[in-house]
Design a protein around this ligand. Sequence first.
Ligand SMILES: [Zn+2]
Ligand SMILES: [Zn+2]
Length: 405
Amino acid sequence: MLTETMREELKCLEAQLVDFRRDLHMHPELLYEEDRTREKIIAWLKDCGLEIQTGVGQLFHKGVVATLRGGRPGKTILLRADIDALPIQDMKQVPYRSQVAGKMHACGHDLHTTALLGAARVLAAHRDEVPGTVRFVFEPSEENGLPDGTGGIRSGGLDLVLDGVCDGVDLAFALHTNSEIDSGTILLFEKEALSASSSFKVTFHGRAGHSSAPQIARDAVLMGAEYITASYLMMNRCFDPRESNVLTYCTIEGGDAINVIADRCHITGKFRCFDQELRKVIWQKLRDLGENVAQRWEGSFVMEEPTDGTLATINTPEGVEAVARAAARVLGGENVVRTTKPAMCSEDFSYYLDRVGGAMFMLGTANREKGIFQPLHSALYDVDEDAIVLGSQIMAGVVFAANGD
Ligand SMILES: [Zn+2]
Ligand SMILES: [Zn+2]
């Protein structure tokens, strides 16, 4: 079990961890360009005396993995932090606001990285007491990916998993900051944690004409409007209401003039669900519906750029119990909120949990008294820094809890 000594040591590290997080916050780096961040991580890990592997990743070679071989027999536990920032202009008025125009740690990955480095420091210092092997994984490019050369997009998580980062691992764990829950609490998903996401673009082609003579033209805006409402109804009426899914259209564009019937209508959409089979059925129904609508109004339909994003993140019972035990020791059982309601956003930690058991949980980082409650990906996003040490303590503690300690 994470001992009182280890907890105290982490508490003593707090000022150093806060400085580290603020430094990352001031110098955010985007997907696969996290060179400065990586150098800082490597320097810290070296100082902890850990075995370090750099250049990890099948295609982009940007991951950092550190290994700790404990002094007692036990499982191989993977702990993951993502390290990238977002293309958002930081609008906060704090001394540690982003120094890089248009880039910001608006998803808390600076905290994820710092908390895991804190855990690495204390576990390395108590190597003889640690069971099994701990693999600390620092993942680039979680927020987005780059083309993989075969028509797909590859984010950091998938790149690392394809390079074997989960090989030989028994359980994998990750945390994510959450500004909807208070610092000092966690949200733990019993099974489904975060959804899979898929995105697409559709185009209806019609025939332009005078706005006074619709009988001659073929109205593409009408086709688009019907498609949007019909597909929302389809999602509501064609699928088991016990299975979560959500479809959203965020852009629509068509036509050139106020008195000309549009010959085309472009729409972009995104849907999320938890089941791979359901994902395939939704795809097929969206295609069929578009073709039916176009046929009815004598136009044509094209589905462009249909892309499956990350998988659904599904926690396993063993992983959930380990987090629950570790977090209850740090926060008290009443501050470990367990839920069967998943979040409908997505995370590429899903690729790890597709290979091995484990869990992802939400670390509360809101503090209304300090005015910290802005949502993730907002230009005012910040975290309550008191949560950093708590994150470190839980991540270190989960290594013991996962081994039954
Ligand atoms: Zn994010
Ligand atoms: Zn994130």
